[in-house]
Design a protein around this ligand. Structure first.
Ligand code: SF4
Ligand code: SF4
Length: 476
């Protein structure tokens, strides 16, 4: 009897051949990754600690009187240590995205899916959730046995403990995420007294439950079916890219044997066919089948295979990081490293270097305030007292420093043009202020029509100035 979820597409049989049935729906097989230890696992845990120390710790860091990193969407100001950015500084966000993309291209060309295997939040949280799962339910075989067995008090208790741990971490993750957008000390106080705003509650729950679902349940399915990076990574690989590889020439023919047996006498390769490399794989694949898009390059199979090789007394590295060229031509580590500086890598590095340099220079030379000039829509131009022609503008001055600043306004572009309102404007620290500015010119200073002018805004204490374009209208 067919499952109602399974869709059957009959393929028209060739003359004389039997009909074939293709299953388009494949039921999900739960993966129970076995815990592993080794050099790559230690690196992954180091990255887990490092990334989570930054993620959970950064919002609590104070910088002067404020949070060091805060994206205040309501006030449209982003604080990153001593930088105060406005939406007008969007170019820096673009720069960060370009740098991230180029770094990803570069690291992928050199060492494959380093990001996926060690630093991607999906990997990091899955690792943390697996650790909690092991704490509550034991390692792979115990978990498999328990899941296959009937419900009892022990199973219920362990599952409740596990989900309690998961939910606690997930909700704390959601709270921390919101803490990047709302001052986290105040948010913590609001949470304690159940006074969080509805949007804050929504985003904390949304992010928290997304973490719970992705790291607790979806796991490898996010990498296999949802993440676009897995699909286009192969475009960035070449035959000198480091990937996790199985040394087929050395490993085959695979087969079980006793530790004391001589594989050559048995006509066997180094692979003892223990399947541990499959059991530790978080995506459930067999690295011995070759490079597969599901492989996130975590190195767990290399770690476990090394322990098997140690036990058997064989040389390590049956599964290892290597390149396709190295495997094919039996290159040494030195030869592999020599191929790192190949044209593709040099081009990526050069472009990345230029973008990083441009961004750094731009940040250093950045004027610490911004000005927007908007013409008053109420009147194009009018005749003021004394017969002078007057245009009215609205200037938005954004003070991106953390001290109160006095800005001096002046205007040029038409003979005799001058600011007729207050020339000095005070703007509080990290605030922006709209000011109405009347600009006047003598009656016969210019011909009727529109004339380009420039506002010059000078920050008195910083010796910095900004010039903004506008037009001055002379009526007929
Ligand atoms: S862990 Fe190593 S020895 Fe065991 S099956 Fe995998 S490749 Fe073969
Ligand atoms: S095949 Fe090896 S490196 Fe690839 S995901 Fe599985 S365990 Fe990680």
């Amino acid at each position: 009897m067919l499952s109602p979820l399974k869709k059957v597409i009959p393929i028209a049989p060739a003359a004389g051949a039997d009909a074939e049935t293709v299953w388009l729906y494949e039921a999900h097989q739960k993966i129970y990754p076995r815990s592993v230890s080794g050099i790559f696992t230690r690196w992954r845990w180091a990255l887990v600690f490092l990334t989570q120390l930054v993620f959970y710790g950064l919002p609590w860091l104070q910088w002067g009187q404020r949070q060091a990193v805060l994206f205040d969407l309501e006030a449209r100001r982003f604080y990153i240590f001593n930088l105060v950015l406005y939406p007008q500084d969007f170019i820096y966000l673009t720069g960060i995205l370009v740098i991230s993309a180029l770094s990803l291209f570069l690291f992928t060309a050199v060492a494959g899916r380093l990001w996926c295997g060690y630093a991607c939040p999906q990997t990091v949280y899955t690792e943390m959730f697996l650790w909690m799962e092991k704490l509550a339910e034991g390692d792979r075989s115990a978990r498999m046995r328990r899941d296959a067995g009937p419900w009892n008090v022990d199973k219920l208790g362990r599952k409740t403990f596990k989900h309690g741990l998961w939910l606690a971490v997930a909700l704390w993750t959601g709270f921390t995420f919101v803490g990047y957008f709302t001052p986290i000390h105040a948010l913590g106080h609001e949470m304690l007294y159940l006074q969080m705003g509805s949007w804050e509650v929504f985003w904390a729950l949304f992010y928290g439950l997304a973490t719970y679902g992705n790291a607790g349940f979806l796991r490898e399915q996010v990498c296999k079916h949802m993440c676009p990076y897995a699909r286009f990574q192969s475009a960035m690989f070449d035959h000198d890219t480091l990937i996790v590889t199985y040394d087929e020439a050395r490993g085959e023919p695979r087969g079980a044997r006793s530790r004391k047996a001589d594989p050559a006498a048995l006509n066997l390769g180094a692979c003892v066919n223990c399947s541990l490399c499959v059991q530790v794989c978080p995506t459930g694949i067999d690295i011995r089948d070759g490079l597969q898009y599901e492989c996130i390059g975590c190195g767990a199979c290399a770690d476990v295979c090394d322990t098997v090789m140690d036990k058997m007394g064989y040389a390590r590295g049956l599964v290892k990081y290597s390149t396709q060229n190295a495997v094919q031509h039996h290159w040494t580590q030195r030869q592999i490293l020599q191929r790192v500086l190949r044209p593709r890598v040099l081009v990526y590095s050069a472009i990345l270097g230029v973008v990083v340099l441009a961004m750094a220079v731009s940040l250093v030379l950045r004027t610490p305030f911004k000005v927007d000039v908007v013409r008053d829509r109420g009147s194009l131009a009018r005749i003021a007292a004394g017969g002078r022609i007057e245009n009215v503008y609205r200037l938005q001055i954004m003070n991106a420093t953390e001290t109160t600043q006095v800005f001096h306004l002046s205007v040029q572009g038409v003979p005799g043009l001058a600011v007729a309102t207050e020339e000095d404007v005070t703007v509080d620290a990290t605030q922006s202020r709209w000011v109405a500015v009347r600009v006047q010119a003598p009656y016969d200073a210019a011909t009727p029509g529109s004339h380009p002018i420039h506002f010059q805004i000078e920050a008195r204490d910083m010796h910095a100035s900004v010039s903004e374009k506008s037009v001055f209208i002379v009526p007929r």
